[in-house]
Write a protein that binds this ligand. Structure first.
Ligand SMILES: *Cc1c(COP(=O)(O)O)cnc(C)c1O
Length: 213
């Protein structure tokens, strides 16, 4: 796998208003540095411990995104530096992020994860719970809801994936405002479909770094 070739190919193929999060979970620092040397500055991780370790070891101008499921008792470890939390799926978690952000004198940007897949394993708010979550976030001074995040069902059924992404885009259009501008959807296997359906942030790992073990 040639990281530089892969990254350049992807960057060329996506519109410039779409932000690429290079998903570096399980990867060595050396692989991340290769992407960094090409100018990539946004990296996504899904495990708190790994994220903290990479933050400590790698250049400080990297923007680290937490893309995985986040447990409330681990928020404190990433609150000092995390740049965007994608998978916020409960008001309880929002409250905890607010608390730890405040202790660090920060405002932390968050995306609310919306449950769009048919699989019951995917986390997220139901569409019906969303406006309530956005309203409760307004009470918190140290978090900012900047958008929505969703994951499609893991399936070869392209029509289903398109339908799930498009349903999230419709929801996004109903909640977007000055602050809520990011729609994070699409991974290696489906980022093109996601962009066609209105995504402006894609989270791509294996298409850049190769298959994970
Ligand atoms: C691992 C992961 C990705 C990237 O997956 P690839 O298929 O390697 O591109 C994107 N989003 C989330 C939430 C992930 O956990």
């Amino acid at each position: 796998m040639d990281i530089k070739v892969n990254l350049n190919t992807i960057l060329k193929s996506i519109p410039k208003e779409v932000t690429l999060v290079a998903v570096s979970k399980t990867r060595q620092n050396s692989a991340i540095i290769e992407a960094y040397q090409l100018g990539q500055r946004i990296f996504g991780e899904n495990k708190v411990q790994e994220l903290v370790q990479k933050y400590e070891e790698l250049p400080k101008d990297i923007y680290w995104h937490m893309i995985g499921h986040l447990q409330t008792n681990k928020v404190k470890f990433i609150a000092p530096f995390v740049s965007l939390i994608h998978g916020v799926d409960s008001v309880k978690l929002l409250k905890e992020i607010n608390k730890k952000a405040k202790q660090n004198n920060r405002v932390i940007d968050c995306l609310l994860q919306v449950h769009i897949a048919t699989e019951s394993t995917k986390f997220g708010f139901d569409i019906s719970e969303l406006s309530n979550a956005i309203n409760s976030a307004n009470e918190y001074q140290n978090i900012r809801i900047v958008g929505l995040m969703g994951m499609a069902t893991f399936t070869d059924n392209k029509q289903q994936v398109i339908q799930e992404f498009s349903s999230l885009k419709i929801v996004f259009d109903t909640v977007k405002n000055e602050d809520i501008t990011i729609l994070s959807m699409g991974m290696s296997g489906d980022y093109q479909l996601a962009i066609e359906q209105g995504s402006n942030m894609v989270r791509v790992g294996s298409a850049i770094f190769g298959h994970r073990n």
